[in-house]
Design a protein around this ligand. Structure first.
Ligand SMILES: Nc1ncnc2c1ncn2[C@@H]1O[C@H](COP(=O)(O)OP(=O)(O)OP(=O)(O)O)[C@@H](O)[C@H]1O
Ligand SMILES: [Mg+2]
Length: 242
């Protein structure tokens, strides 16, 4: 049993794409997984073929005072996801100013969820806010998604990260000399840098355009194979440690 939060070192690092791809890869390895979208942007669902105009989600349910369970969806046997749901602008502001009021059901439900799912993946929005802190605190491990560029490098040195953070490199282009250098630097200097990378790969972008998790869309793409290798690594290193 493991609760794994995924969060980008900044927005757009590929966190939601990797959350969906990781959920798919674990499920392909025979694991039961639930992926939960903790961002009011409500984009994780787009990797799981949900209709754009479908408002359902746990935040929607919280505003409507309905149980969140009604917002959970089954994508494949053993692969469930919970979208955040659609909010109007006023609701969005209400959530931003009082996140704990709407999110407290999760804090209370996590123990029950752990009994149902060996893997719980949390898609956490980038940034350090009371809400992201509350969600990260639910996790056994935090996967911080980093992209190989100077922006991420600066952030790695000036931000603080939870003690249970592991860094996962996404969008790696090994022909870039600058990226090779950054990769080497991080391998040698960062504690808890996962020794596997997810390459920059058109298949990741196309999978989202196709509304599918990466491994379902193109299982033999370089990034999909990287994700499958990572999922195998996670079975050994994340489940037991958690
Ligand atoms: N390894 C990759 N190769 C190519 N494109 C990628 C890769 N990872 C992510 N992308 C693309 O980058 C864009 C942003 O990805 P995604 O939405 O997963 O990021 P995010 O970190 O969740 O963003 P946000 O901060 O908005 O939540 C998407 O169009 C996605 O297809
Ligand atoms: Mg996202």
């Amino acid at each position: 049993m493991a609760v794994i939060a995924l969060q980008g070192v900044r927005g757009g690092a590929g966190t939601s794409s990797l959350t969906a791809a990781f959920a798919w890869a674990l499920n392909q390895l025979g694991e039961q997984v639930i992926a939960i979208d903790f961002s009011a942007d409500n984009l994780l669902r787009m990797h799981f073929n949900m209709a754009v105009n479908q408002p359902r989600g746990w935040l929607r349910a919280a505003f409507d005072e309905l149980p969140w369970q009604q917002s959970a969806l089954r994508y494949a046997p053993g692969l469930d996801f919970v979208p955040a749901g659609r909010l109007n602008d006023d609701e969005r502001m209400a959530f931003i100013s009082q996140p704990e009021k709407y999110g407290r059901a999760w804090i209370a439900q996590m123990e029950a969820l752990k009994r149902l799912y060996p893997w719980i993946l949390l898609d956490v929005p980038a940034g350090d806010t009371p809400w992201t802190r509350a969600v990260l605190a639910l996790a056994d491990r935090v996967l911080t998604v980093v992209t190989p560029d100077a922006n991420a490098h600066s952030r790695l040195h000036q931000q603080t990260f939870p003690h249970n953070t592991l860094f996962l490199l996404n969008q790696f282009t090994p022909v870039s000399k600058a990226q090779q250098d950054l990769h080497q630097l991080w391998v040698n200097s960062l504690q808890n840098f996962i020794p596997l990378t997810i390459h920059r790969d058109e298949a990741v972008a196309e999978a989202l355009l196709n509304k599918q998790p990466l491994g379902e869309y193109r299982p033999h793409a370089l990034a999909a194979e990287g994700m499958m290798t990572f999922a195998n690594w996670a079975l050994i290193n994340l489940r037991e440690n958690a």
